[in-house]
Design a protein around this ligand. Structure first.
Ligand code: IVH
Length: 629
């Protein structure tokens, strides 16, 4: 065969092969991305749950933002993967209230992406320059200029003016539509019912975006009045502004004194001829609108950083709250070139100040029952945004700490971050308690388990050291917590068996202990609310796969007293299997390296309990812990 003939025969086949391989590769890349999207959503939901429901975040705000950013980028690259319930979709919304008329926004009300450091701001500038350069027309780019504006810490609203007349004032709502609160804005000083024509004519229709806010002075005045009347206090001026704008009583709104600043435009007809953000603000001013008092123009990244620094210095002197700076590209054509992603524009960014602490109100104190029965008090708070995320609950660690800090329902508390991640109550503002019968009362510790009503046992009881424990091992809370712990990443790692699924399995009576998991059929799992056949099959497979988890992980997962990773590894090495461990005697245990008398006694006591023995034997029969030491 000549070379030519060889090529003739081989080339088409080679091309076909390359073609198929190329397709396969991109198909693989696409399924990889789809899997990553799923993984990111699950991760983000898990962190949301840890943050909002358990008050026990595991990662920093910046790391959380990075997960969200990655997810958003993947969803933008693969619009077919975007779903309406994705965690990227939620904008900070106010609940719809049937008392008001609801209207759609013509242009959606977006939020802003957040940054926290100078490096983030410089990276934003780099990103913007790169994106604009890639889209530059032959005429080139206009010089890049930014506006830097205060980020007013209030509630976003949209003012609708038709032929210069104010016809609606919509709350942000879910970003797509909001409630018309115009009646509550009648008393806002300086909000024109009619725009002043500055000679340039007024649009037929325009959505003007702004922020309703409350001054510190009015916030203090209103809270003092409420404390005197024994009413619950507002946590901060933003909560007060957001709550006030949705009151059903315009006279009370007038008493409280709302204010407004405007800073942007949504839809406009006919299309606005203004070419810059700063030009827009000046036009608003000419129309008689209350425009943010001061803003900066910055032509270089250094000037941008300098403006933000100047604004943060000014912040202390302002009579109203700001929680950061908003950086926007001044040129509106460039804004349009960059566009938005699902929740925020790409041409603007918020630089958020990281406060050392925030103040908020304690709504309730709940007691969580853990896997060992120990009670952990959790303070439920009026949600506040702190360093980038919303805080709705903080743990008080122990009943002892609750009593020491004397946290009471209704108290205003100062929340700080411990080690930059976990928010904690640093102290109570006892001065804000007020007097009278409605003042917050000391928290009364319960006598019975809040879940199963069994009388609580107090351990290490002394004047300042109370450890409350529910002694009922069958208490539903303990059962659920034990199973969720066994299934967690640090133990046998059953993917898909999170708290909510455990909750369903236990409440339905399908599972009472960890051994029951291995008897579940896919059909039983599929009967759980919210679990389709596919995810049921996946969970069933994950449970089956956990049989091969290393023995020491199973031992950690069983939650024996005094057995954490190191001792679990020692035990696994010595006894090789679950059945080997059941017959271990105390003396042998005590001789093991790193175990000692005390731990040996508690392990032997745990193993001596018939219920525990039965559990281990069932697990062993099911082949659990056979995955090596
Ligand atoms: S621009 C599409 N400018 O902060 C651009 N927003 O966290 C969106 N806010 O939704 C808004 N001051 O409610 C802009 N000078 C300012 C602002 C500002 C306060 C609020 C606004 C926004 C939220 C994002």
């Amino acid at each position: 065969m000549t070379l030519v003939a060889l090529l003739r025969a081989g080339l088409p086949r080679l091309l076909l092969l390359l073609f198929v391989a190329g397709h396969l590769l991109s198909a693989f890349a696409a399924t990889d991305d789809a899997a990553r999207v799923e993984q990111l959503r699950a991760e983000i939901r898990r962190h949301d749950e840890l943050y909002y429901k358990k008050a026990a975040p595991e990662i920093s705000d910046a790391a959380y933002d990075a997960l969200k950013r990655e997810l958003r980028e993947l969803e933008t690259a693969h619009p077919e993967l975007a779903t309406s319930d994705s965690p990227t979709r939620r904008v900070d919304d106010d609940a719809r209230d049937a008392f008001f008329r609801h209207h759609a926004h013509r242009a959606p009300m977006l939020s802003l992406d957040n940054t926290y450091t100078e490096a983030d701001i410089r990276a934003f500038d780099q990103r913007v320059r790169k994106r604009l350069a890639a889209r530059a027309t032959p005429a080139g780019l206009p010089a890049l200029r930014y506006t830097v504006e205060p980020k007013i810490d209030g509630a976003g609203i949209s003012l609708i003016y038709e032929r210069g007349k104010l016809v609606r004032v919509l709350t942000r709502g879910d970003g797509a539509g909001g409630d018309d609160i115009i009646a509550n804005t009648k008393s806002i000083a300086g909000l024109p019912r009619e725009l002043r024509d500055d000679g340039g004519g007024l649009p037929e229709f325009i959505e003007i975006r702004g922020e309703i806010y409350m001054t510190f002075a009015d916030f203090e005045r209103i809270n003092a009045r409420r404390a005197a009347a024994g009413q619950p206090l507002f946590a901060n001026p933003r909560n007060l502004a957001a709550g006030t704008m949705k009151l059903h009583d315009p006279a009370e709104v007038a008493n409280r004194a709302l204010h407004i600043f405007v800073y942007g435009a949504g839809a406009c007809e006919p299309a606005a001829t203004i070419s810059t953000q700063s030009g827009l603000l000046e036009r608003f001013r000419a129309w008689g609108l209350p425009v943010i008092e001061k803003y900066w123009l910055a032509d270089t990244p250094d000037a941008l950083v300098a403006a933000i620094t100047e604004l943060s210095a000014l912040r202390e002197k302002l009579p109203y709250p700001i929680d950061g700076a908003v950086v926007k590209i001044d040129d509106i054509a460039s804004q349009q070139t960059l566009g938005s992603h699902s929740t925020a524009p790409r041409w603007a960014i918020a630089y958020k100040y990281t406060p050392k602490s925030v103040e908020t109100r304690v709504r309730a104190i709940t007691l969580q029952v853990g896997r060992t029965g120990a009670l952990t008090p959790v303070a439920v708070l009026d949600p506040v945004v702190f360093g980038g995320s919303k805080i709705g609950r903080v743990t008080l660690h122990s009943t002892q700490e609750l009593l020491r800090k004397d946290v009471r329902v209704g108290d205003i508390v100062v929340v700080e971050k411990a080690g930059d991640i976990i928010p904690e109550i640093a102290r109570v503002k006892t001065g804000a308690r007020g007097g009278g019968p409605a003042a917050p009362a000391p928290f009364a510790l319960p006598k019975n388990c809040p879940v199963c009503a069994t009388p609580l046992a107090a351990e290490n009881e002394s004047a300042d050291n109370v450890l409350l424990r529910c002694p009922n091992r069958d208490c539903a809370a303990q059962v659920k917590a034990r199973i969720a712990y066994f299934a967690s990443k640090s133990c046998v790692n059953i993917a898909g068996l999170g708290d909510s699924t455990v909750e369903k399995l236990v409440s339905r009576g399908l599972v009472r202990n960890v051994a029951d998991l291995y008897d579940l059929t896919p059909r039983q799992i599929a009967t759980l609310d919210g679990l389709g056949e596919k995810s049921a099959a996946r969970l069933h497979a994950a449970i089956a796969a956990s049989r091969r988890a290393e023995l020491w992980r199973v031992l950690v997962g069983l939650g024996m007293p005094d057995v954490a990773t190191a001792r679990a590894k020692t035990l696994a090495k010595k006894f090789n299997s679950l059945s080997g461990l059941v017959s271990a005697d105390e003396a042998t245990l005590a001789r093991l390296p790193g175990v000692g008398k005390k731990a040996a006694a508690s392990i032997a006591a745990w193993l001596g309990d018939p219920a525990n023995r039965a559990l281990i034997e069932r697990l062993a029969k099911n082949g659990v812990g056979a995955g090596g030491k």
